[in-house]
Design a protein around this ligand. Sequence first.
Ligand code: GCU
Ligand code: CA
Length: 138
Amino acid sequence: AATRHEAESAPATCDGLIESNHAGFSGSGFCNANNAAGAAAQFTVTAPAAGAATVNIRYANGGTSSRPADVLVNGAVAHAGSAFDPTGAWTSWVTKTLTVSLNAGDNTIRLNPTTAGGLPNLDYLEVDAPTSGKTTVW
Ligand code: GCU
Ligand code: CA
C-alpha cells in the first residue's frame, strides 16, 4: 500500500505557508509555497529496501502557466524541470506520477521550482513500489 506524506505534517517542510482555503485537499491543509524560484517543499520517505519507487504528487495549479520544478532525491536531481501543468482551478487537485530510486531507510524528496512562479499548491506525496517489475515488497 502507498504511504501518504501530507505536505502540512512534519518532517515535511514548506518554504511558504500551510493553508486550507482551497477545498479538496487531504488532511488539514496544503503547502502554498512562495512564488519564487527555489521556494521548495520537502518530504521525507522511508523505504524498507533500496530500489525504484513510484511517487505520486498531488497538487493544484490554478494559474495559467506550468510551474516546473526539479525533483531532488537525497540532494541529487532525479528529474530536472518536471512540469506541474495548470489544473484549471486552485480547487482542482491532480496527481503527477514519477519514478525515483530510493535508498533503504530515510530519503528526502525535494521539489525545487526553477521559475519565478514557484511551486503549485502541494497536498501530499505518496510513495509505493512500482506495480510492474518490482523487486521490493513494501
Ligand atoms: C493564489 C492562490 C494561492 C496560490 C497562489 C499562487 O494566491 O490563492 O493558493 O498559491 O495564487 O499563484 O501560487
Ligand atoms: Ca503559491
